[in-house]
Design a protein. Sequence first.
Length: 300
Amino acid sequence: MNETSALDDIERQEDSGEPSRLRVALGFFILPMLLVFGAIGVFLLFGLIAHEDKSVDEYLAEVTGGGINEPWQGAFGLANKLAQDESLYRDPGIARRIAAALGHPSAQAPRVRIFLLLALGSVGHESSIPVVVEYLDDPNADVRLNAIVAISKIGVPAAIATAPQVAERLNDDDETVRGYSAYVLGTLENGEVIKPLEVALNDPVGQVRWNAAVALARLGTDTGRAELHRMIDRDYLMAIDELNLQQQQDAMIAAIQAFAMIGVDSALGELTDVRDNDPDLRVREAARAALNSMHRPSLP
C-alpha cells in the first residue's frame, strides 16, 4: 500500500463515520507498554512508511507549503524522523518551531495537527506542554486523542500539571478519548484526578471503566476494585464479544498488577485461583508475582 492510498482509505473511513485505524487500535490500551507507544508505531498502523530522510527544517518547510510535498506529508516525515532520532530529544528550538507550525494555516487539516502533535511528543520538551494542552479541546476527536498521546510521551514531571485538563476528557463524546484519558491519568501522579476517575467508573463503556480502575490503583486507591475483580474473571471476559484472547489476557494482567499495587485482601482467593488454573502462562506468572508482592506465599 502506498502513502496516498493509505491516507485515502483513512479519509473514506472518516467521511463514512467509521473510526480510523489508529483509533481502532487504541480502543483497548490498559497495557503499560502503551505509555511508551512511539509515533513510528502509529505510522505502521496507518500503513505509511517514510523513505526520505530530510532535515527538520526541510520537513517544516513542507508543512508550511514550501516544499514539493503536501503539508501532511511534511508533518508525517517530521514526526517519523523525531521518533527515531534520539539526538533531537528535548531540543527546545525544534519544539518551538513545531509549535509555530501548528499555528500555520496548513495545520487546519486534522492530519497535519495529528502528526505535529506526535512530533512534539517525540521531542518531549516541557515547553510544549501549554501548546499541546490547547488541542485537548480540538473539534476533531483524533486530534484530541493525539494531544493526550503527546502528553503521555512528554511524561512527568512536566505533564503533571495537565492532569485536570486531561481529566476533563473523561467526559469526551468519543469513547476512545475517554479511555485513553483514564489510562494516562494513572501515570501523571496527580491526586486531584481521583474524583473524576471515580466518576468514570460509571462510564457505559467497559474499557473506560477498566482504565479508570487501573489508574486509580496506580494513584493508590482501591475504589475501582469492583471493576478489577471483573477484569480477572476469565469467564466474564470471554463473554465479551469485542475482546479477543490477547485483550482478555492484557486485561487480566493489568488488573492483577493493579491489585498488587493496592493489596486488596478480597482478591487473594481469586489471584490464587488464577495463579494455579488460568490457561495462559503470562497471566499465571503475573498472579504469582502479585501474590509475592502482597507478602503472601506463592505456593499453596
